[in-house]
Ligand binder design. Structure first.
Ligand SMILES: Nc1ncnc2c1ncn2[C@@H]1O[C@H](COP(=O)(O)OP(=O)(O)OP(=O)(O)O)[C@@H](O)[C@H]1O
Length: 207
């Protein structure tokens, strides 16, 4: 089994996955994957195209069933996929409120505006989502994470389409989240520079 053991913190595990197997389209993608995710931890899922990184994130998020193995989640999970889950017919403010409402209470207007300001969309509250660039869409989707209360963040290519400044901001927000007792599992085809970052290479678990 491919294992990542987590930090030496005494905090309880936020998520444990044991001996996970994944099948897609009738084909085995990986098997024997295990991981423990603890408060403060950041885990980078690595592996070649098609090795199953997105599939593993979706299993951990509960969006797809595992072919085998077991997942225990001890804290709420937020998942960010490639599509950003944004509705084109809404404006920025509406889209953010809608996304927040799916996972908990809608935050106060002042906090919502402050987070939009922080991601550089402060003046775009009434701007149509369909007119946002790819990077702006990513920032809006990330704003939803920062406003939510999930301790476990599962992020598929979160740096995709972000400019250098936004990548640095994301690094800072991930650090803040970890220091506040959260944890993150992410994929990225570009280098990730986070202190204490652990890696799990799925290539070793590909069937
Ligand atoms: N909808 C689908 N139906 C059938 N097979 C799929 C589907 N989506 C992905 N797969 C297969 O599952 C395997 C794992 O795909 P996945 O997207 O998890 O890999 P990945 O490591 O995230 O890839 P990448 O680095 O290219 O993003 C691949 O072999 C892919 O062909």
């Amino acid at each position: 089994m491919t294992w990542v053991t987590g930090l030496t913190s005494d905090d309880a595990d936020l998520l444990t996955a044991t001996d996970l197997g994944c099948r897609r389209g009738g084909r085995r993608v990986f098997s024997g994957v295990g991981l423990r995710l603890r408060a403060g931890q950041a885990l980078w899922l690595r592996g070649a195209n098609g090795s199953g990184k997105t599939s593993l994130l979706r299993l951990l998020a509960g969006l797809a069933p595992a072919a085998s193995g077991r997942i225990d989640r001890q804290a709420p999970v937020a998942y960010l996929g490639h599509s950003n889950a944004l509705k084109d017919e809404l404006n920025v403010g509406e889209a953010l409120r809608f996304l927040c409402s799916l996972h908990g209470p809608v935050p106060e207007e002042a906090r919502l505006r402050a987070v939009l300001e922080r991601v550089g969309l402060g003046r775009r509250l009434a701007f149509p989502v369909r007119k946002l660039s790819q990077g702006q869409r990513r920032k809006l989707a990330l704003a939803r994470l920062w406003l939510g209360e999930a301790r476990i963040w599962l992020l598929d290519e979160p740096y995709d389409a972000l400019d250098r400044e936004a990548c640095a901001l994301l690094d800072q927000v991930l650090q803040d989240h970890r220091q506040a007792g959260g944890a993150v599992v992410l994929t990225s085809h570009q280098a990730v520079h986070l202190p204490g970052l652990e890696t799990l290479d799925l290539s070793a678990a590909v069937s």
